[in-house]
Design a protein around this ligand. Structure first.
Ligand SMILES: Cc1ncc(COP(=O)(O)O)c(C=O)c1O
Length: 399
């Protein structure tokens, strides 16, 4: 029976009857799985060989493993839930979002390959490609989100992958995934989408023809600022290869973080719905305020990607960015006067978090200008507090 996301967030991936009749999935705190006797070992090794053969053909044959670097039942429950939410065959969980991204790129790319990124992608992802992968002979082209049509021109005979992040940080640019997927498919290029800011509640890239979705599960998926995790979702064939990379490089997370993620995911639909509503209210309030020079939020008609967001997304997420009139010092004063949000670099949790982008990105003005970050830009990641309280706090800080 097909289920809606709120139901999947609560039930998918978990066994209906759990050990000892427990209602919640246990934390399997183990590094190793043992065998009854030698016959059990031999039977396991035979089944493992069958699975390896089935997976080489792109099929799935899920079996227990013998060692925690390859799998863990608590992690498997999270993976099942996230595969259902994104509409993919399988998900593989990693110890962080960066671990998921780097392991996926290392799986897809070889020496001599070329990869395309948007300039607005998370800077550590670009840094990995431009500085790290370059040492192994992978070349990178950066394209601006203003020029999504330029992707076709950037594709070369050796282009293997197109990496897209949407909505982007901090200007919330939204990619036209349908068009990008179509262009990439014509040239046999893999498409990867970092959908961290969107969540599977607001955007489902796989249904638009994208090959792989990645998330920093540290953000909305976990939702409580108490864990680090990453996930990749896609077809059996690609996920089998990515899972093998995890087993080799060892980027698997622990069962305690997996349990926190499983627990956080149960309320994902409720949290995202509230964060969508709060962010829209905050964005509308800020846009009408004389002390704010400009607001970036895709649900506002003033945003350059409003039409794409309306077409592809069911909500625009919990991050609102804006320029405070009066420059750098005015923005700092405003941030310091806010009483509800904490000052910090993350987003997606139940608590509102604010940051003056210029201070976190780089203290070097040239580097900030290159990243398109103005001195007065503030990123406000709303939590699940009451919108009236958030707005009252913004109003007093802008007085
Ligand atoms: C869009 C995006 N992708 C990936 C990452 C990396 O995730 P993690 O911090 O879980 O490694 C981040 C972290 O800020 C992010 O904002």
């Amino acid at each position: 029976m097909s289920q809606n996301p709120s139901t999947q967030a609560v039930h998918a991936g978990e066994e209906q009857r759990k050990p000892s009749g427990a209602l919640t999935t246990p934390i399997y705190q183990t590094s190793t799985y043992t065998f009854a006797d030698t016959a059990d070992v031999l039977a396991f090794m035979e089944r493992k060989a069958e699975r390896t053969a089935a997976r080489a053909d792109g099929g799935d044959l899920t079996l227990r493993d013998e060692y925690g670097r390859y799998s863990n039942p608590t992690l498997a429950a999270v993976e099942g839930k996230l595969a259902a939410l994104e509409g993919g065959d399988r998900a593989v969980l990693f110890a962080s979002g960066m671990n998921a991204i780097t392991s996926t790129l290392l799986t897809l790319l070889s020496s001599g390959d070329h990869v395309i990124f948007f300039r607005e992608a998370y800077r550590r992802t670009r840094e990995f490609a431009e500085k790290f992968l370059q040492r192994w002979g992978v070349t990178t082209t950066l394209v601006s989100m203003d020029d999504q049509d330029a992707i076709a021109d950037a594709i070369r005979p050796n282009t293997r992958a197109l990496f897209v992040e949407t909505p982007t940080n901090p200007h919330l640019r939204v990619a036209d995934l349908e068009r990008l997927a179509e262009t990439a498919r014509q040239h046999h290029v893999y498409t990867l989408v970092d959908s961290t800011f969107a969540t599977p509640l607001n955007l489902r890239p796989l249904t638009l023809g994208i090959d792989l979705v990645v998330h920093s599960a540290t953000k909305y998926l976990g939702g409580h600022n108490d864990l680090l995790a990453g996930v990749v979702v896609g077809s059996h064939a690609l996920m089998n290869a990515i899972e093998a990379t995890r087993g080799l490089l060892g980027g698997v997370g622990g069962p305690n973080d997996a349990y926190l993620l499983l627990r956080g995911l149960k309320t994902l639909a409720l949290r995202v719905q509230r964060q969508n509503e709060n962010a829209l209210r905050v964005a509308q309030f800020l846009e009408s305020h004389p002390a704010i020079a400009r607001v970036y939020y895709p649900a506002l008609p003033s945003h350059p990607d409003h039409a794409i967001a309306q077409r592809l997304m069911t909500g625009c997420g919990g991050v609102v960015s804006f320029e405070v009139a009066g420059g750098k010092e005015a923005a700092s004063r405003f941030v310091d006067r806010l009483e509800l949000p904490a000052i910090g670099p993350t987003l997606g949790g139940v608590e509102s978090i604010v940051q003056q982008q210029a201070l976190f990105i780089s203290l070097d003005p040239a580097e900030r200008a290159a990243a398109g970050i103005s001195d007065s830009l503030v990123r406000y990641a709303v939590g699940i507090e009451d919108a009236d309280d958030l707005i009252a706090d913004l109003a007093q800080a802008l007085k």
